[in-house]
Design a protein around this ligand. Sequence first.
Ligand code: BV8
Length: 237
Amino acid sequence: MNIFILTGAGLSAESNLGTFRDKGDGLWTRFDPMKLATPGAFARNPGEVHAFYNMRRQNLLAAEPNEAHRALARLEAGLVGRGNFFLVTQNIDDLHERAGSQRVTHMHGELLKARCTACTSAMPWREDLSVNLTCPHCGRTGTLRPDVVWFGEVPLQMDAIDDALAQSDLFVSIGTSGSVYPAAGFVEQAKELGIRAYEINLEPSDNARLFDEAHYGPATQAVPAWVEKVLAASVRS
Ligand code: BV8
């Protein structure tokens, strides 16, 4: 069984990282990601964009993976030698890795990395970023940015993602609204290839109609339940 899993902000919601569309808590009422997660916003007002990501980085360092992240790590371990397992996330957090996932494809980059816009070096980064910092590689000041993919920028590892999707027997989308492309288009690609598609989300996503099967509920309940079913079936087969 070759499983392709796409995760989104809903997977980390119960780790208190907030999603892009819930307006419940303060973080997302003060900052509009659609306006801030763009190269233009960074060029116009780098201080505001740095503040947005500094707050999210500090939230992430205080957050813990949840039962959904841990269940996906168990699934990866349990399927070793039983087919391909490909996990791609739209999330820029490291909660999959901290939960024990070994291979995670971050198509939108990583919040705990910085990149120099002058020498293009990327480096682990856990402190606040600002325009006053000097790149440790090239020595220029004011050139460091979060190593993430903004709207209008090209997502990462697209060839590897397309190859893995083409080889999969099951496409599973977890905790994503299906509103941002090209990730939101993966389910259409799967259906065109005759691949079964399963959605696990709090509520139907924008492209819910494209899924063969769905389970709605909080990820910390729905994902472990699904993983236990898949692992039990893989032992029998
Ligand atoms: C691209 C990183 C070309 C940064 C992100 C005009 C100009 C330029 C581009 C475009 C344009 N018009 C359209 C586009 C394309 C654009 C796009 O899609 N725009 C949208 C707004 C229409 N896309 C791009 O620009 C992309 N680049 O197109 O380049 C290209 C294309 C193909 C191949 C090569 C090149 C780049 C997009 C990446 C942007 N960066 N993140 C950061 O994080 O700050 S996107 C960001 O928003 C996230 O990473 C994520 O992808 C997206 C939010 O989506 P979700 O993860 O789904 O989160 P959301 O809040 O929406 O939903 C959460 C879900 O969880 C909900 O359904 C909810 O019900 C559920 N949930 C909540 N709680 C729980 C839960 N589920 C379970 N349990 C719970 N407890």
